[in-house]
Design a protein around this ligand. Structure first.
Ligand SMILES: Nc1ncnc2c1ncn2[C@@H]1O[C@H](COP(=O)(O)OP(=O)(O)OP(=O)(O)O)[C@@H](O)[C@H]1O
Length: 598
């Protein structure tokens, strides 16, 4: 089922769909077909293995039936030498096949993981709003790893096993068809047992993979929110929560393993019955001089060889079911079609002037809960537009829509006369800078973090951006200056320092359109002043959208938009809005009671 526009790009909780093994094998084949040479080498090795395995009992039979009765000591040495040589070759081909198949499987997994990661990154924010990070991480790591089992020497040896199987069955019928029929009597039972277990094993492993993802989610939430956990002293509560998932994981794994564990002995037992039948019937034949001892020994050896393919078929079934469960989870992500994507004929947005128009825009994150309706707004080039309004009124949403992080459902947003949907997202976002309250810093140096949007920037450009953002001073106060490591493993920066780094990032890319989303909201007055100074250099000559709760930061804006429930209540500059004595003035009086002048 492909998820398209209008459907919810959420995967968790979907009924497990029956992805056929065929799709999985096809996908894996696609990733291995470029390595035909290696695959052939692997196949030749496993065929050589089965030929050698077929030969060894023949040599044994030759010794027992021919060489021993004739007392040919020299021939005994010769045949013994041949057995040793065959054993050596067997070892060499075994090594060759597993090494070659590791090369093939690792490349296939590498390609699949990269494809999945690239696809995940191409999905829009709605997808990430609704799917949890831990679950996605589990799909990208554990589930992909599980598939590597599928492309292994073990799986390829199925090919050799099939050849061995057919050769042996042919030989058995050739030597004694009655005995052969008796031997194969257990086959239908083996088939029915395999079918019975395979479906159940797959279901059990799917549950295990789902619970692994929940375990990951739980870990991710707690570790990334460790400050909150500690400040509420809820370590014990989190540990109990984690233990709950851990316990579920344990139970699910035990029941999946139990199924596999029951499956294998049942197969072994059926095989043993086959052996017993051969032994009894064969001994009876020997007693009546209708078979030689060498023949029965070779027969039993072949029977064991026959059981190896049957055992590996049953192992393969378990492996196929485990992989299918993991593959279903990977397919679920691969099948999600991004809602926000470039049109086929999208143009590269030329260098922009910066006129942005919302024309009769309607937008909702979720059906039936409109955030903007019949919304009109114009942001003029080189001017600063400020958005104010109560929490939840839709200010950030407007910013997201300009950056096309979401698509509108009605109307259009134009940039210099181009509908946003007509231009490539890359060319749009490259001309846009966003500084938000929540600054994301990556593990790396200060220099790398400032240069995130322009990795090719020179040291001089980076320093100039830091100076303009009022950040150079605190950066050079660190012993390692711009090479100081920040992020999880590096030094910790204050909120104001982080904010100045993000302003430096914006300076460096020199965007024509700048969005400041509550950039100073979380700061104390001194930090705010630092940042205001940095922003006063950044804003001029660009089209700016400033979202602010603190009205002190937007008084000089060219136009101020007062928003409530997605509707524009008032529009004008600071003075005109104060004179209107409406919502803006009420907000202003609340924040600056002593300054009320009009
Ligand atoms: N990803 C989302 N999925 C669903 N609803 C959302 C999402 N983001 C925001 N909303 C809803 O959209 C409405 C507008 O949110 P928005 O963040 O634009 O408001 P805001 O004016 O920026 O608020 P604040 O000043 O608190 O940041 C709110 O009702 C919010 O619950």
């Amino acid at each position: 089922m492909r998820q398209t526009q209008g459907s919810t790009p959420q995967m968790k909780g979907r009924a497990p769909q029956l992805v056929t093994l065929r799709t999985m094998v096809k996908e894996m084949f696609m990733h291995t077909r470029s390595q035909w040479g290696l695959l052939m080498l692997g196949a030749i090795s496993v065929i050589a293995i089965s030929v050698l395995e077929f030969m060894i009992p023949q040599l044994t039979k030759h010794i027992i039936d021919r060489i021993i009765p004739a007392k040919r000591f020299y021939a005994l040495l010769e045949t013994g030498g041949l057995i040793v040589l065959a054993g050596l070759l067997l070892g060499a081909f075994n090594f060759g096949s597993s090494y070659v198949m590791t090369l093939v499987s690792q490349k296939a997994i590498f390609q699949l993981r990269n494809k999945l990661y690239k696809h995940t990154l191409s999905l829009d924010l709605t997808f990430f709003d609704r799917n949890r990070t831990g679950d996605l991480m589990a799909r990208l790591t554990g589930d992909v790893n599980q598939l590597q089992e599928l492309v292994s020497a073990d799986s390829l040896s199925i090919l050799a096993d099939m050849i061995t199987f057919m050769a042996i069955v042919g030989y058995l019928f050739y030597t004694d068809w009655k005995l052969a029929l008796l031997t194969l009597i257990t086959l239908p039972f083996l088939f029915v047992t395999s079918r019975f277990f395979s479906l159940r094993i797959k279901r059990a492993y799917r549950t295990v993979r789902q619970i692994s993802a929940e375990l990951n989610n739980s870990l991710q939430d707690t570790l990334s929110g460790i400050r909150m956990v500690k400040s509420f002293a809820s370590e014990d509560k989190e540990a109990v929560e984690f233990a709950k998932w851990s316990e579920q994981h344990r139970t699910a794994t035990v029941s999946a393993s139990r199924l596999s564990a029951i499956f294998a002995p049942i197969i072994n037992w059926l095989n043993l019955i086959g052996m017993a039948v051969v032994l009894l019937f064969g001994s009876w034949q020997i007693m009546h001089n209708r078979m030689t001892v060498g023949e029965i020994i070779a027969y039993l050896a072949y029977l064991r060889l026959l059981q190896a393919p049957i055992r590996s078929f049953s192992r393969l079934i378990t492996k196929l079911q485990q992989s299918a469960a993991a593959f279903e989870r990977i397919q679920e992500v691969l099948e999600v079609v991004p809602r926000v994507c470039d049109k086929e004929d999208a143009i590269v947005l030329p260098p922009v002037q910066g006129d942005i128009v919302f024309d009769d825009v309607g937008f909702a994150y979720e059906e039936g809960r409109p955030i903007l309706e019949n919304f009109h707004l114009r942001l003029r080039r080189n001017q600063t537009t400020a958005l104010v309004g109560s929490s939840g009124s839709g200010k950030s949403t407007i910013a997201y829509l300009i950056a096309r992080l979401y698509d509108v459902q009605r109307g259009d947003i134009y940039i210099d006369g181009h509908p946003l949907t007509d231009v490539t997202m890359k060319s749009l976002r490259q001309q846009m800078g966003i500084v938000s309250q929540e600054v994301i810093l990556l593990n790396g140096t200060i220099r790398e973090n400032i240069a995130y949007g322009k990795p090719e920037a020179t040291a001089e450009e980076i320093q100039a951006a830091a100076v303009a953002a009022n950040a150079h001073e605190f950066i050079t106060a660190f012993p390692q200056g711009y090479e100081t490591s920040i992020g999880e493993r590096g030094v910790k920066l204050s909120g104001g320092q982080k904010q100045r780094l993000s302003i430096a990032r914006a300076f460096l890319t020199n965007p024509r359109i700048l969005i400041l989303d509550e950039a100073t909201a979380a700061l104390d007055t001194e930090s705010e002043q630092h940042i205001q100074r940095a922003l006063s250099l950044l804003l001029p000559g660009r089209t700016c959208l400033v979202i602010a709760h603190r009205l002190s930061t937007i008084q000089s804006a060219d136009q101020i938009v007062v928003l409530e429930h997605g509707q524009i209540m008032e529009l004008g500059n600071h003075e005109t809005l104060l004179r209107q004595k409406g919502r803006y003035k009420a907000l202003y009086d609340m924040q600056f009671p002593a300054k009320s002048i009009y």
